[in-house]
Design a protein around this ligand. Structure first.
Ligand code: MLT
Length: 203
């Protein structure tokens, strides 16, 4: 279980919260570094690559050809990722409870799923274009958890209803969610990154 971790670590000021970068489909452990550096210039940064290969593209869990998701695999890969986070934070002497997740798309999806379905160490997240993969099976308590979550009204992947359900579920679980909706697609925009930057200043 521990042998197939691909990670990258970029040191920063040790008194600042470490950033955990979780990439979108086709990304890797370091491709969010420019965004992480823009949002969190001096923080230490750790990236962990998803270990699913979809026709050459890295992902955190299996997506079938028809666009549906393998939920058993999602649960299993979430457990794997949380374990990988434990191993890598220990390796680089990072405080896992202080981690701020920076997740884009597939990486944001597994982070939100993890919060709603499994015990996690991290309590703060920037979720860029997340969606709800499956409704949580039972109520969870996400008090003291906070996230900045973005949605684009031109997104061909994430439906607005789905995004709203996800943020509602996080809110129902007592997480503090700041929503940013913008006229854009399933990509990052300067407007959302500026809004994320303002939210980060409130942490
Ligand atoms: C997913 O598979 O998590 C979503 O379809 C988003 C993506 O990675 O394209």
């Amino acid at each position: 279980m521990t042998t197939d971790i691909h990670s990258a670590f970029f040191p920063g000021k040790t008194n600042l919260a470490p950033i955990l970068m979780l990439h979108g489909t086709g990304g890797d452990e370091s491709d969010l570094l420019p965004i992480a550096t823009f949002l969190f210039p001096e923080h230490p940064k750790l990236g962990i690559r998803g270990r699913i290969n979809e026709n050459g593209s890295n992902r955190y869990f299996i997506r079938h050809k028809d666009g549906t998701f393998d939920l058993a695999n999602l649960a299993q890969e979430t457990t794997w990722l949380l374990h990988a986070i434990e191993i890598e934070t220990a390796r680089y002497q990072l405080d896992a409870s202080q981690l701020i997740v920076l997740g884009f798309s597939n990486g944001a999806n597994i982070a939100a799923y993890a919060w709603l379905n499994q015990p996690t160490s991290f309590k703060t997240a920037v979720l860029l274009h997340p969606m709800m993969i499956t409704p949580p099976k039972q109520a969870v308590n996400l008090e003291h958890h906070r996230a900045f979550a973005t949605y684009g009204d031109l997104d061909p992947i994430v439906a607005e209803d789905n995004f709203d359900q996800l943020t509602q579920q996080l809110t129902d679980a007592h997480a503090d969610i700041k929503i940013f909706k913008h006229h854009q697609s399933h990509h990052l925009s300067q407007a959302e990154l500026m809004a994320a930057q303002s939210w980060i200043k409130t942490l």
